[in-house]
Write a protein that binds this ligand. Sequence first.
Ligand code: ADP
Ligand code: ZN
Length: 738
Amino acid sequence: MPVPHASSTDAAAGAASRLAVLLPLPLAGAYDYRVDASLELERGDFVVVPLGKREVVGVVWGEGRGDVGDAKLRAVAARVEAPPLPPVLCQFVDWVAQYTLSPPGAVLGMAMRAPGALEPPRPLAAWALAPPAALPAGMRITPERQRVLAVLADGPPRPTAELAREAGVGMGVVKSLAQAGAIVTVQLPPPAAFEIPDADGAGPPLSEAQAAAAAALAGKVAAGGFAVTALDGVTGAGKTEVYFEAVAAALRRGRQVLVLLPEIALGAQWLDRFTARFGVRPAQWHSDLTAAERRVAWRAVATGSARVVVGARSALFLPFPELGLIVVDEEHDAAYKQEDGVIYQARDMAVVRARLTGIPIVLVSATPSLETVQNVAARRYEALHLPDRHGGALLPVIGAVDLRTDKPPRQSWLSPTLRQALSETLAAGEQAMLFLNRRGYAPLTLCRACGHRLQCPRCTTWLVEHRLVGRLQCHHCGFQVPLPAACPSCKTEGMLAACGPGVERVAEEVAALLPAARTAVMTSDTIAGPLAAEALIRRVQGHEVDLLIGTQMIAKGHHFPMLTLVGVVDADLGLHGGDLRAAERTYQLLHQVAGRAGRAERPGRVLLQTYDPAHPVMQALVAGDRDRFLAREADDRRAAGMPPFGRLAALILAGPDAEAVDGVARALARAAPQGEGIQVLGPAPAPLAILRGRHRRRFLLKCRRDIAPQPLLRDWLGRVKIPGAVRLYVDIDPYSFL
Ligand code: ADP
Ligand code: ZN
């Protein structure tokens, strides 16, 4: 058969009449298709191909593999006229698939998550003057008609409404001119979805330290090439202002920029600051976009018309053709770990994308992850430090409240010290925040007659009471029931007791304590979406709220100048459970919450309620000694061979039948890899032993840092047959140990 296409790129060359096409589906790999002579295709081109009885859009992935005979080979139906997937993105998709042991098509699916974006947007109909020769003779020219013709004689074609508005006439005048043949329709390209950010817009004058850091980052952008820089500085040091300079530097060089943020931090305040600096809003990419917004944003990235994208982790898979810089803000945030579908760590994969693309990346945090700290220590990453809060604002004074001696009254959760501080703060006309990372009213309901605890019927977990809606909820599977009057076990009425506090219960206590205070509760239950969150934040900024009570939603990024007191109701909450990163994460979260206090002229104060004031996390927070804490964490992890000093991968088995799951677990245990520097822990019932009615067992594969777990896993899993009723999840670099 003749070679069907003239183009000879590395991917397509010599492929004769077959090419591999990757489909955005969780299949084992790319499929071969025949290509007719009329089609010129290169790696990255979008094509329509038959699959079974349907047609699917896929991406040309490279040479055919030849594993399907010519007779059975089906033909590519058409090339899609859309900007191709940039070659580095194809490379990145393969890399992520290899690393996470995911089907490449599942990863490709994340890069194509904008149905319809491949079709060009519809052109806009507009009016232009008819060519002079075609102008109707003897047409009546009223002053109104004259104004319309003058506008068009003087400027570009315009759509009806705009033309009428500029000429100061009704739309009927425009239509009558059209009927008379004096103006004709033309098709305009659709308007640009995003305006071009102004790299030279004015930012605030930077302090010396800020300017030095900004210059260093701009230098990386100018030099080009792969480099990782950790930008480290306390909350309020001006890290955002500093990395904006790197963004500006990339824009000036004609490159696109991706800023990743945890979804929860991607709010109005960040967008306002971007707009203040660059004159326009950036393109956004997050889970709240409508399908239409998604389509527009994806296409604008692919055509290069979106110059800066700010997005949550999935923005990492957008098809930037001219990417010149990646910024990962709040790089330590666990929200960068995607826990379902393709399980990946977006911060780590962002570093990979930067490396494949050959561009700089900046990792920003006030509480960098131990991984990043270790990479700096090993000189794989560079670090830039901003020492102080901007404008001389002092860091808040952090104190521990020992709940063993400073006891809250019975059935209350706020200690005398915290109560007093709240009263003083509000009396001084300042604002306060109470932080408790637990939604609902109470985490446990038990029967005082028989001791029965109300548990989710589908999960190994207690039901959480949500008193505002009068229901018990499972926070893992969403199961809900109305709060029963009698104990489901012993049927005694009126003996069910709420145990422990959630934010609703703290709000109740505050209402009794400070009846005049204007309070607001901010959790994912009380706030319907980003717009509602924005509205509440504006109210707090405008000092319409004295006391804000909330979960981690209130911890991030917000800047409230009048907020001077932060009370942490249960600082020990995150420390239990024995998770590898429990201490690190608790430190990061509490540090971030604490950073909300005293961000402007008025000094801030933070009170951490704890039963364990001697715990290294509390000590580090009180002493403001982050580095000693990190050094200690590093020592512990090094001694245990845990990340970042060793590698971990988790295997999770789940299925409706415990016997079947255990059978697979035993088979896997028998086939487990062995060797120097390799350890397999498990199988063990997962802490959430039953989730959504499915029984779960876990293995942990632990390797020395110089041993890659992926080949071990491929070999291991290849040796065990897993029946359809049992599902296997692979989690490389696990963050959740549930
Ligand atoms: P970080 O990101 O380190 O927490 P931000 O960049 O959010 O710090 O800065 C904290 C506050 O200080 C913001 O309101 C910011 O606008 C302000 N700020 C930072 N640097 C400057 C500066 N050089 N001039 C004026 N305001 C600044
Ligand atoms: Zn449940």
